[in-house]
Design a protein around this ligand. Structure first.
Ligand code: SF4
Ligand code: SF4
Length: 515
């Protein structure tokens, strides 16, 4: 099949073998499971259980009151011991409400049942089922899957299952494909049915030979007409927009969505979760996560329950090495440093990278920009990182916005290419944060202005109504006075016109009338 190229990109040392030498392992049941209630989009899920209550595995424990985000489910049985502010797995280190379950070891579960033949069910019913199962994109973005596969303005002709795990160190998708290829293909068939897509491609980097072999052997078992497509191992091929371009030659517009060009792109882990939810009725309570880097003794993949403390997983991977220096959630290019390890594993967590000293983050002082243009050469979005850097650094956010700062996918290619070691992405993230804060401020100011204008309009309207009422009252009074006056005049007139008594006949008249 014909493949296209995208602009820029980098060939990076993958370090994939670090975590695939040992077989994946099911992580042990932790003593506590912690579920942050803040969800994507600033939504705060509301607890559906009370402190002291016993919950069962698979039970819904928290729900978005607006139902935009899918619910959270307990990953094991136990007691709710707290709903309190705890640190979140976020670079800010901020705390927010979390629901804590102390597991009881019984792992007692609510019974689950899926649908017998998904083809007999309308897409809307299957989407609802996927939503209720708590499924979000497992590639790292955690966007609600049911919303991603909802009907849009144009039909979807192409479904892409994204197994191109291009960022170094991360191997959770590779591990899934090697060991659960049939579940991914079955999930792809369900998603195709829901989307009504004409064709389905499953993209895997051409260097992931074991995963490709596992997929082909699962296909030989009769799992449908999904085309397996090896794609070049070039970072960031696994980025949604880049992968769509590589496979279809179509470009997703900068501020658009794949659906705008008739494409849906879902991570392979998400497809497997859809299969388990639809066919077995299982909610999303666990995921495969890579624990790797020179800072951990036994790098490997774990099938871990959502809510498991990160420190537990690192402990099960042999613990930290002496070289351990930095804990990163995600990969070295797009991941975020975490300030501590007593944080829970969330659905979006694909990798815990414990970087050893000097492993990839050599702390060298940034030198001035020499305008070499190397950053622009590697940018897959055709941006001008040096310009963005200049505008971000000098606080010229509007100029940065004109240069499409918001389109930057923070892939980090420019960082790696920069000979002056300028931490470009850090500047872009900071500028985006500032722009978002200013936007929020503007929105607040707009709301305040709208409220003020509405109040002023209301007051003016009230004043107009009062004046009109006063006028009406005055008019009524005038009218009443006029009527009164008219009546008085009429009365007076009547009085002046009152019939005078008939005059006595004049004697002369009588005489004159006599014969
Ligand atoms: S690569 Fe670095 S030094 Fe070269 S133009 Fe870009 S920011 Fe400047
Ligand atoms: S981080 Fe942004 S500006 Fe830099 S290469 Fe990636 S997309 Fe381009």
């Amino acid at each position: 099949m014909k493949l296209w190229n995208f602009h820029g990109g980098l060939r990076l040392d993958g370090h994939k073998q670090d975590s695939t030498q040992l077989p994946p392992r099911t992580a042990a049941l932790p003593a506590r499971l912690v579920y942050p209630l803040p969800q994507r989009g600033g939504v705060l899920a509301q607890a559906q259980v009370a402190i002291g209550e016993r919950v069962l595995k698979n039970q819904v424990i928290a729900r978005d009151p607006l139902d935009q985000q899918p619910p959270l489910h307990a990953a094991s049985s136990g007691f709710v011991v707290a709903i309190e502010a705890l640190p979140l797995p976020h670079p800010s280190g901020l705390s927010d409400l979390c629901l804590v379950i102390e597991t009881d070891g019984a792992d007692e579960a609510l019974a689950c049942s899926g649908v017998e033949d998904f083809r007999q069910h309308p897409p809307a019913a299957l989407r609802r089922l996927i939503h209720e199962a708590g499924i979000v994109g497992l590639g790292g973005a955690a966007f609600p899957t049911a919303r991603k596969i909802a009907p849009g303005s144009r039909p979807i002709d192409t479904l892409i299952l994204n197994g191109a795990e291009c960022e170094p160190y991360i191997t959770c998708d590779d591990s899934l494909l090697r060991h659960h290829a049939a579940a991914v293909l079955a999930g792809g068939a369900i998603l195709r049915h829901i989307l009504g897509a004409g064709r389905v491609w499953l993209a895997v980097e051409n260097e992931r030979t074991e995963a490709l072999a596992a997929l082909r052997s699962a296909q030989a078992g009769g799992t449908g007409d999904i085309e397996i497509v090896p794609v070049p191992t070039l970072y960031p091929t696994g980025g949604e927009k880049q992968l769509i371009q590589v496979l279809t030659g179509r470009e997703v517009p900068n501020h658009g969505l794949p659906a705008d060009i008739g494409v849906a792109c879902l991570n392979v882990g998400t497809a497997a979760a859809v299969y388990r939810a639809v066919v077995h009725g299982q909610p999303l309570i666990e995921r495969i996560v890579t624990v790797t880097g020179r800072g951990v003794r036994e790098p490997r993949n774990f099938l871990a329950r959502i809510g498991t403390p990160i420190a537990d997983l690192i402990g099960q991977a042999g613990g930290y090495t002496e070289a351990a220096e930095r804990l990163i959630l995600g990969g070295p290019m797009m991941g975020h440093a975490l300030p501590r390890d007593d944080l829970p594993l969330v659905k979006a967590a694909n990798c815990l990278l414990i970087a050893g000293r000097g492993e990839f983050l050599a702390e060298t002082r940034a030198l001035p920009c020499i305008r070499c243009g190397a950053c622009a050469e590697v940018c897959p979005i055709h941006l001008l990182p040096q310009q963005l850097y200049w505008y971000s650094r000098s606080g010229q956010l509007e100029r940065a916005a004109d240069h499409q700062l918001s389109a930057c996918i923070e892939c980090g290619c420019c960082d790696v290419a920069c000979p002056s070691r300028i931490p470009l992405v850090q500047h872009f993230r900071a500028a985006k944060g500032l722009a978002a804060a200013k936007q929020r401020e503007r929105e607040h100011a707009d709301h305040a202005r709208q409220r003020h204008e509405a109040r002023a309009a209301r007051k003016a309207e009230e004043q107009r109504e009062r004046a009109a009422a006063a006028q009406r009252r005055k008019a009524n009074l005038d009218k009443a006075a006029a009527v009164k006056e008219a009546l008085a005049r009429a009365k007076q007139k009547r009085a002046t016109k009152a019939p005078t008594p008939s005059p006595e006949p004049h004697p002369a008249d009588s005489e004159a009338s006599e014969p």
